[in-house]
Design a protein around this ligand. Structure first.
Ligand code: BGC
Length: 490
């Protein structure tokens, strides 16, 4: 005999399933602490030796900007949906940076195109932008370019980046194992563009530096978006894997160095992550099984897909959307992560907005009980994601002994999910054992008053534009001063 109907009108069977899912997706404080401890170990390991799971790439960005950097720069950012090109004027005065920009739509086939198509598209878009903006340049006066490239890449120099592996669903052949800076340079040379590539920048480093340009309390740059990752600043003496590196030996051991952690790969060995069968399914069906395990459980590309996999599984087991055609929901990645926010944000009577959305976009009618179930599931997945995201930042803070400051955050999950920041902050406080007093600390630099605690998320300033420009300016400045460590071509 089945269980009686639960309080949300769920059938007994569905109530049982919900309870199982609650258990499966709930990460308690103890587990958060265990994950963070291992996270910290992996961060350390990445600094000790090359080739470890969390790569901890040096970026050759030597510390934070002063805020006085000046100059005009081109920037280009290869994002997941757009190619964004900007012309940035840095004045050295707080909040007086100007940005002219153009977005070029990345066609769907670019993500799986071949190498020449990718670079000729980027160089061609740059050419259009330079013409459109009537940017003055000549053979003797080249335009300086900062290139935001947000994939794991080894940087032996700041103007050089060897892609290790594509992430976030990209699969363009002929790029992995190659220097993306020199590939872009060749494509620009073919078009005779008067452009000099000065720096390749990860989005996390860009977010950190752009924010620090205006906010000296910035400690970390983090992306909670399609992918997830963070950058922070360490001292050269704390990077033992580089002790025989010729470029590093040019620097004083106390020199600050921005590190791109690439921590989406945390626990690829699956030692501590609370991996469910749905997470494994995402991994197995991805272009890169076994890679970016942490990212696959917490980043925007995957949360909607997790929701879909649970629903489809229940449907096939005869427990959900019984006797209805779910053809549209069967399509992988047909549920965008933004839908989880839509569902959680639905305060209409009987979740009628959510019901309409499923009817209109997926041609399925949800019962009232199914809507309640869906809402709880959306919460469970988003809460788990936000709590896991806190582990990465907590690990960096514990490793560095950071007890206060601003985490400059960017990305669709951080910016668009209505509850992300609060959940993230609660989890951070649990991991770092914040006192009641700590938890009440108000820091009004955050963009909503609800954020409290000694470490808060701030909305990152434009990392892929301003961040790349500031980094290009810092690079040119130190080159002029003769500090050429980690600069190849300038
Ligand atoms: C990439 C990182 C990037 C992050 C956020 C990950 O998939 O490997 O380089 O910082 O996504 O965009």
């Amino acid at each position: 005999m089945g269980k009686p109907n639960g309080h949300d009108g769920l059938s007994g069977e569905l109530q049982v399933e919900l309870e199982k899912l609650e258990e499966l997706f709930t990460v308690n404080t103890e587990k958060l602490k265990q994950i963070t401890k291992r996270f910290q170990e992996e961060l350390e390991e990445g600094l000790q030796e090359n080739g470890k799971n969390i790569a901890m790439y040096v970026t050759w960005v030597l510390g934070f900007p002063t805020g006085k950097e000046k100059g005009e720069f081109l920037t280009v950012d290869l994002g997941g949906t757009n190619l964004r090109i900007c012309w940035i004027s840095l004045t050295g005065i707080k909040d007086e940076t100007s940005v002219e920009q153009h977005q070029f739509k990345l066609s769907d086939d670019i993500k799986t195109a071949d190498v020449s198509k990718l670079w000729s598209f980027i160089a061609g878009s740059l050419e259009k932008f330079v013409k459109e903006q009537e940017l003055n340049s000549s053979k003797d006066k080249l335009l300086h370019l900062g290139f935001t490239f947000s994939y794991p890449a080894i940087q032996d120099y700041i103007d050089h980046a060897i892609l290790q592996t594509w992430t976030k669903g990209f699969e363009i052949s002929g790029v992995e194992g190659n220097d993306v800076a020199s590939q872009l340079r060749s494509a620009m040379a073919k078009l005779e563009l008067p452009v000099k590539l000065v720096a390749v920048v990860n989005d996390t480093t860009g977010a950190m530096i752009a924010s620090a340009y205006n906010d000296p309390d910035t400690i970390i740059g983090a992306i909670f978006g399609t992918g997830c990752n963070a950058a922070y600043v360490d001292k050269v003496r704390n990077i033992p894997k580089l002790k025989n590196n010729k470029e590093i030996s040019k620097l004083d051991p106390d020199t600050p160095m921005a590190i791109n952690c690439e921590y989406g790969a945390f626990d690829n060995a699956r030692r501590v992550l609370p991996i469910t069968k749905y997470d494994s399914q995402i991994d197995e069906q991805s272009p890169k099984p076994g890679e970016q395990m942490f990212e696959k459980m917490s980043a925007g590309l995957y949360l909607g897909e997790l929701f879909r996999l649970v629903i489809v599984d229940l449907h096939f087991r005869g427990l959900f959307l019984k006797d209805r055609d779910i053809a549209k929901l069967k399509k992988p990645y047909s549920i965008d992560t933004s839908i989880l926010s839509t569902i959680e944000d639905d305060y209409s009577k009987d979740l009628s907005k959510t019901a309409e959305m499923f009817k209109k976009d997926y041609n399925v009618e949800f019962s009232k009980a199914e809507l309640n179930f869906g809402r709880r599931l959306a919460q469970l997945i988003a809460i788990r994601g936000a709590r896991m995201c806190a582990c990465g930042i907590a690990a960096i803070c514990q490793k560095q002994g950071i007890t206060r400051g601003h985490v400059a955050a960017d990305g669709s999950v951080a910016n668009k999910h209505p509850q992300f920041k609060k959940r993230w902050a609660d989890a951070l406080g649990e991991i770092l054992d914040w006192s009641e007093e700590d938890k009440k600390k108000k820091d009004l630099s955050g963009d909503d008053d609800e954020q409290v605690g000694p470490i808060i998320l701030t909305s990152a300033e434009d990392g892929s534009g301003v961040g790349a420009a500031v980094i290009a300016a810092m690079t040119l400045e130190r080159w002029k001063k003769g500090v050429d460590a980690g600069i190849k071509e300038s």
